[in-house]
Write a protein that binds this ligand. Structure first.
Ligand code: AMP
Ligand code: ZN
Length: 469
């Protein structure tokens, strides 16, 4: 199994620190709003990496944080007039819902920055003792130039960085010894959440969170550290500096970064306003379609989001789901039970698809090629498997498709179609119209239809609302 390592700029054979075990840290979202589908890309691709490693027999300790203290969270809290914690808790809950809908497995641990402040104060103290950090009026900075290897991940030259950065000196930052120094701890401003520390009442910088949480839940040396490519510099570069200076060990062996999800060839981001939330997409599509779309490209390539590509993904996914459904039907109607010797021989062909699937995934998680292999297996099922086959053989072909789908986190069994939000709304409108026309029988019928599909209607003063039962 090979991964492209940002640190060495090479595809490298993956060798874990402990045979059979993988420790993996993936930077998670800052929780101040619903996640957008750009944020969903690392969640999906690194969940797929985890699933593939589990498929290969590794035990994966997967840690992904929630950044629950941040300027943006505080700004949103002020806007709504509620405590910051209420904002972060709400959006952690919503994010977990989106992850479940995307069939992203919960991490082994989902630490939250605000629960780990002691560890951060501990690491900052160690960095101060070792001379890697200094306090100016309650703000603690990391002394970047003291770490000779700074820049090794982003392949940036320290001198270039320094001269490029000099012009970036902004007011309030002139107390730094060097423009490249970054914040480890900052004092609170009026009304902000804060914690006691030896330096000031304040809160940690963003980068220190991940160094601390990775160390606490995975150890000083970890196998894989991952995130979107925008995190390479400065976030991951700073994490390396903090962790390696504190622990005196190589922090992470393999650094994996996903490319951007774009829209009209620009990065999808909250600040540009060009985003769709996962929730918005869910109103139009089963989120399995979104997952399939994300995996149809290599994780390091940029991926442009468009309605056409989503439709193509929907059709592609349907083709696989229909093949599985057809195998279910054939199995029910199959004449024989046990595999014939000829079928046993054919199983070698079926297994060969899995070997090719693995080969694609071994090559730096080439999910696009892996999906092509699933399509070939589907074609095999559609053309070579009939009701003349035994139940055992038909079942084995189906199990193979389901297994490969599961490695990609795709659920390929037909489920009773969930009603989309827009369909529900249409039915509610129709019911309102029926009530107006005093056609109460029709109105009740619609209410019951929705109830059968797990949708409860609530008549409120603001109109009819609905929720899942
Ligand atoms: P943030 O909440 O902005 O810190 O982002 C959480 C994760 O989503 C990080 O790993 C980012 O790199 C990633 N991310 C944000 N926007 C995009 C995008 N448009 N495409 C791919 N990954 C993204
Ligand atoms: Zn991080």
């Amino acid at each position: 199994m090979k991964f492209y390592n940002t640190l060495t700029k090479k595809k490298e054979e993956f060798v874990p620190l402990v045979p059979g075990k993988v420790s993996m840290y993936v930077c998670g979202p800052t929780v101040y709003n619903f996640i957008h589908i750009g944020n969903a890309r690392p969640m999906i691709v690194f969940d797929t990496a985890r699933r593939y490693m589990e498929h290969k027999g590794y035990e994966v300790n997967y840690v992904s944080n929630f950044t629950d203290v941040d300027d943006k969270i505080i700004a949103k809290a002020i806007e709504e007039g509620v405590p910051a914690q209420e904002i972060s808790e709400r959006y952690i809950r919503e994010c977990k819902q989106d992850m479940a809908d995307l069939n992203v497995k919960p991490a082994t641990t989902h630490p939250q920055a605000t629960q780990e402040i002691d560890g951060m104060i501990g690491m900052i103290s160690t960095l101060m003792e070792k001379g890697y950090a200094y306090n100016v009026n309650g703000t603690v900075y990391f002394r970047t130039r003291k770490f000779n290897e700074y820049g090794k991940l982003s392949h940036k030259n320290l001198d270039d960085l320094r001269s490029g950065n000099r012009s970036l000196l902004v007011s309030g930052e002139d107390q730094k010894e060097d423009p490249l120094d970054f914040v480890l701890w900052k004092p609170k401003k009026e009304g902000e959440p804060y914690w006691e520390s030896p330096w000031s009442q304040g809160r940690p910088g963003w980068h220190i969170e991940c160094s601390v949480m990775a160390k606490k839940y995975l150890g000083e040396e970890i196998d894989i550290h991952a995130g979107g490519e925008d995190l390479v510099f400065p976030h991951h570069e700073n994490e390396i500096a903090q962790s390696e200076c504190c622990n005196g060990k190589i922090f992470a062996r393999y650094w994996l970064h996903n490319g951007f999800l774009n829209i009209d060839n620009r990065k999808m981001s909250k600040s540009l306003g060009n985003f769709f939330t996962v929730r918005e997409i869910k109103e139009k599509y089963d989120l399995q379609v979104l997952r399939f779309f994300m995996l149809s490209a290599h994780y390091r390539s940029p991926l442009n989001f468009s309605a056409e590509l989503m439709e193509a993904s929907k059709n592609g996914l349907e083709r696989i789901v229909n093949a599985v459904d057809n195998l279910n039907y054939l199995e029910e109607n199959a004449a024989g039970t046990d595999m014939t010797s000829q079928e046993e021989a054919s199983m070698e062909e079926v297994k060969a698809f899995e070997a090719r699937f693995d080969e694609a995934m071994d090559d730096d998680l080439n999910t696009a090629d892996a999906i092509s292999v699933i399509f070939e297996l589907v074609k095999y099922a559609n053309t070579r498997v009939t009701a003349e086959n035994s139940k055992a053989f038909i079942g084995a072909v189906r199990a193979e498709i389901l297994e490969l789908g599961d490695v990609l986190g795709l659920i390929l069994e037909k489920k009773e179609e969930e009603l989309l939000a827009e369909d529900i709304e249409k039915l509610i409108e129709e019911r309102q119209a029926a009530r107006k026309a005093k056609d109460f029988a029709r109105a009740d019928e619609i209410r019951n239809t929705l109830l059968d599909r797990g949708i409860v209607l609530l008549d409120t003063r603001e109109g009819v609302k609905w929720k899942k039962a």
